[in-house]
Structure formats: C-alpha cells, structure tokens
Design a protein around this ligand. Structure first.
Ligand SMILES: [Zn+2]
Length: 131
C-alpha cells in the first residue's frame, strides 16, 4: 500500500536533472517551470520504495486537487521499465511520480538521465525490434 512520509530537503542534483529532462520533453510551454527547479523543496515522499517525491506547495496547501500532468515519460532502472511523470498544481510543480510499468512492488531508484526516453522513442524501439 502506498504511504507518504513527510520529509524536508532540497531536490538532489539527480532529481533536478530528471525534472529538467521531463520539462524539455513535456507539453508545450513546460519550459516556464524551469525557473522553479532551483528553489524546489521536497515536502514528502512515497514510502513504497519508489523514488516518488512531492514538492512543497505555496501557503502550506495540503489539497492536491486540480493537479495536472506536465510530462509523462518512461525510463529504465536495473533493466525494469518505469513510468516517470511530472505534475503541476496552480502553476507550481507538484509531484515527480514514478511507477513500475510491470506493477512490481520492489523498490527502485530514479533512472539515470541517459536511461530516460519518451513514448515516441519507445514505439520507435519496438518498431526496430520487430523489423
Ligand atoms: Zn511509491
């Protein structure tokens, strides 16, 4: 079962790099969030063993209603495919969410930058595999 643990820290360099990559490959206009990366603070994290983190929102807002997907991509960690998603709420970046594509519940880390890919890349890979 998914749980949340309150923590308070700045984003790591690895997280910042993944967020930046997601914004580069996200929906049109995602680049407006670049300026927020430097000041992002993590407020809580998922306790299931995945690297999902939730950023601090303005005014200690606790409701995450109205969250919107900014970027929805894929990555590979230890040979497993994972989904990598970035959301925003009221113009502020909110969670960086990761999930196992296979639905496995074993813990995994943040994918390395070079192991991230888009859905478009994924279909190209599949096409070259079946050729
Ligand atoms: Zn989790």
């Amino acid at each position: 079962m998914k749980g949340l643990e309150a923590i308070r820290r700045a984003v790591t360099r690895e997280e910042a790099a993944v967020i930046e990559w997601l914004l580069r490959h996200g929906e049109q206009g995602s680049d407006r969030f670049f300026v927020q990366i430097e000041t992002l603070k993590i407020a809580s994290r998922c306790t299931c063993g995945c690297p999902t983190v939730y950023f601090e929102l303005e005014d200690n807002q606790t409701s995450r209603k109205g969250e919107r997907l900014v970027s929805d991509q894929l990555g590979t960690v230890d040979g497993e495919d994972v989904g990598v998603m970035l959301f925003e709420l009221n113009g502020r970046l909110s969670p960086l969410e990761l999930y196992s594509c296979a639905g496995a519940d074993k813990p995994f880390n943040l994918p390395k930058l070079e192991d991230l890919y888009t859905f478009e890349d994924a279909s190209k890979r599949q096409a070259s595999r079946s050729n």
